[in-house]
Design a protein around this ligand. Structure first.
Ligand code: DOR
Ligand code: ZN
Length: 355
């Protein structure tokens, strides 16, 4: 097969940031995806319908300015609210009913970038979870405990046991997406869970294991959260993604940080994969002899879980060697140039998005 044409896909988990970074990255996601679930971990976080509406307008304007009107017309950002212990459930419900808010994101406080305003005490958000359960609004979860005595490589598995399983038992009707899963424990838990539990899988967790961060020296471009795990987990994630099981779907967790912020004494977590996301997933499905299942993973399972229509139209990937640049440093906003290192920098991928 030299070309693969599939229904237009969506990204069910992306960080588009704000300001100059938004200008630098928005078009890359819009070129690859029809819709994207946009994470709310800005500073300050997006916690209200009004903030989400304004952010959506900034995203659409950034795509228009940097990618043109046609690209903007073909791209729909789906907005999320950042769950805090003081968030107003009535505002979330109103935002959902108006079509401004698609989902709500739960960050355990301290788990990752800009998560300080997240949730410390789950009991405090019971009324919010009851509202989400009642109105069918999905809860998207960053599934890691933050206790300093839990080893960083165990934080997802411990979260599932201590937090997620009890939460699902308390709210059996709640639609939950366990985001960016990184372990066989998570894949097993989701697979054996109820139909209202699903998971997103990133391209990087399908390609790298934890050794990538230490190959020949410290490699900050492979540092993300949840951190990549052992090879056996990567293999389990590849099996889940390519299985055809509708509980697993595409979510890039593309999370850009400027190069200087990644390559610093205390480097930020996040991998910028948006420019090559579909090529990266295609390489995995190809290697697993599962190209016939890429469309379902990328374009069908997500909208079905969210209760949204499938996209019309198609995209085409071509089997051709494509060199991914070392740096993307052309993004200029005002007098600021945003320098980014994309996932797969300097590597050759066997696929290219051609239309
Ligand atoms: O690696 C990550 N980067 N993981 C997250 O959960 C957040 C993200 C970010 O916002 O940079
Ligand atoms: Zn994320």
């Amino acid at each position: 097969m030299q070309q693969l044409t599939i229904r237009r896909p969506d990204d069910w988990h992306v960080h588009l940031r704000d300001g100059a970074m938004l200008q630098a990255v928005a078009a890359a996601t819009a070129r690859q995806f029809a819709r994207a679930i946009v994470m709310p971990n800005l500073r300050p976080p997006v916690t209200t319908t009004a903030m989400a509406r304004a952010y959506r307008e900034r995203i659409q304007a950034a795509v228009r300015t940097t990618g043109g009107d046609a690209l903007a017309a073909g791209f729909t950002p789906l907005m999320t609210a950042y769950l805090t212990e003081t968030i107003d459930p009535a505002d979330l419900a109103a935002g959902h009913a108006e079509g401004v808010l698609t989902a709500v994101k739960l960050y355990p406080a301290g788990a990752t970038t800009n998560s300080d305003a997240g949730v410390r005490d789950l009991a405090a958000i019971t009324p919010v979870l009851e509202t989400l359960e009642r109105i069918g609004m999905p809860l998207l979860i960053h599934g890691e405990v933050t206790d300093s005595d839990i080893d960083i490589f165990d934080r997802e598995a411990v979260f599932i046991e201590r937090v997620l399983a009890p939460l699902l038992a308390r709210h059996p009707g709640l639609k939950v997406v366990l985001e960016h899963i990184t372990t066989s424990d998570a894949a097993d838990f989701v697979r054996s869970g109820p139909a209202n539990l699903a998971a997103t899988i990133t391209p990087h967790h399908l390609h790298i294991n934890r050794n990538a961060m230490f190959a020949g020296g410290l490699r900050p471009d492979f540092y993300c959260l949840p951190v990549a795990k052992r090879e056996l987990h990567r293999i389990a994630l590849r099996a889940a993604a390519t299985s055809g099981n509708p509980k697993f779907f595409l979510g890039t967790d593309s999370a850009p940080h400027e190069r200087h912020a990644k390559e610093s004494a205390c480097g930020c977590a996040g991998i910028y994969n948006a420019p090559v996301a579909l090529e990266s997933y295609a390489a995995v499905f190809d290697a697993e002899s599962a190209l016939d299942r890429l469309e379902a993973f990328a374009s069908e399972h997500g909208p079905r879980f969210y209760g949204l229509p499938l996209n019309s139209g198609t995209i085409t990937l071509e089997r051709v060697d494509t060199l991914v640049p070392d740096r993307l440093d052309g993004a200029v906003s005002g007098d600021h140039t945003t320098e980014l290192v994309p996932f797969h920098a300097g590597e050759t991928l066997g696929w290219k998005l051609v239309g």
